[in-house]
Design a protein around this ligand. Sequence first.
Ligand SMILES: Nc1nc2c(ncn2[C@@H]2O[C@H](COP(=O)(O)OP(=O)(O)OP(=O)(O)O)[C@@H](O)[C@H]2O)c(=O)[nH]1
Ligand SMILES: [Mg+2]
Length: 432
Amino acid sequence: MGNQELYETGNDNRRRAVLVGARCGITGEEEFDIGMEELRGLTKACDIDPIFTVTQNLSSEDAATYIGSGKIEEIKAIIGMYDIDTAIFNNTLSPSQLGNLSKALEVEVIDRTGLILLIFAERAKTREARLQVDYAQLKYMLPRLVGLRANLSRQGGTGGSLSNKGSGEKQIELDRRKIEKEMSILRRELAEVEKTRKLQRSRRSMAGIPLVALVGYTNAGKSTLMNKLIDTCGTDAGQKVYVQDMLFATLDTTVRKLETTTGRTFLLSDTVGFINDLPTDLVNAFHSTLEEALFADLIIEVVDSSDENHAMHSEVTDRTLSQLGAGAIPRITVMNKAERLENISVPVVRCDKIYMSAKSGIGISELIALIEKKLSESLHLCTLNIPYEKSGIESQLRNSSQVISVDYEEDGIVIKAYLGSEDYGRFSEYME
Ligand SMILES: Nc1nc2c(ncn2[C@@H]2O[C@H](COP(=O)(O)OP(=O)(O)OP(=O)(O)O)[C@@H](O)[C@H]2O)c(=O)[nH]1
Ligand SMILES: [Mg+2]
């Protein structure tokens, strides 16, 4: 059983791919279709033209080649007919399946994990992201050296495969031991970078400025919203982030300081988006980047409300946040791109959910009001009266809270400040 679909004739200069998906056992039909559509998006994000798609229903996967021998012949015919140079599988292939398929199909074979790694390798810019991607690539390559080498020799060392791109180009010639050595060096460097990130984080929390983290499915509009918020209340003009209609436009974490018209300051972070079936190795590799959400005082979940699969996207976001241990952090849900919805005239605020349009800026002031409201729920605006003999508390508060005003009165120092829960408990005896 199965079917085929021709997409487009493709661009002459780009690589041309046949996309292959096998629906095995429990996967529902709808979920499978969404997965295949996403694979197309990932392929394009990698600058490869998806020319043809082949799908198949399987009761169980073939241990040697995942799909059966009949299907292999069918795909080989398509490859010949449409001048295709790459076969991209939506399934995760075992090292031997990858090697066998590469031999049988006589084109480069990439699976979903390999494809996401290629995109990440292309986009990673900061040192931390580069180290994380390099590490994940080596880990992926290690058990697949034979299959990947077959890919490489076929291409004569040119093209844009995992096996010969960026760090991969050198690594494929190295033997297993060399790769392992490289991985241990990267692990050490990553540990250093993570230490720096932790230090930055603790400095930020010492400064008492709350952190608001943008999270959500890839392409939902997080970076667009970040830029709109920077436009509206940024303290450093001109420091915009990258926006693109493609999956995984953002891989690095950016943090900006914002100040609202009412004088509330907060830090806003934009980071890598989530996707269904994000390979575990990548979640692990990007843990320190994704962890940014874990230390947030408030999470803004950005959803592309115009995407018919937005409910599934939200589920994935929820699941990923819980896995990271960030499930209980207060949250605002931004139903973005809502100008595309017919039955809603933006903006609409419903409790902690807002229907808005980050691109046009409609709803931005309502969102800022919502952020201020949620932040003040987690922070307490207090007036404290500190006796002069305890004046050390003033500098403690300046370090750990957001101080609004300080007045030196006759009977003590009167301080107005937003206190986090910890300080709120610690200094409650001085509250008026
Ligand atoms: N129609 C419409 N498009 C939007 C809106 N917000 C963002 N977009 C578009 O959606 C696409 C993705 O936007 P990004 O801001 O890059 O999305 P992201 O969530 O940062 O994506 P990744 O970094 O890839 O995870 C871009 O083409 C934006 O122009 C909106 O409110 N309405
Ligand atoms: Mg982005």
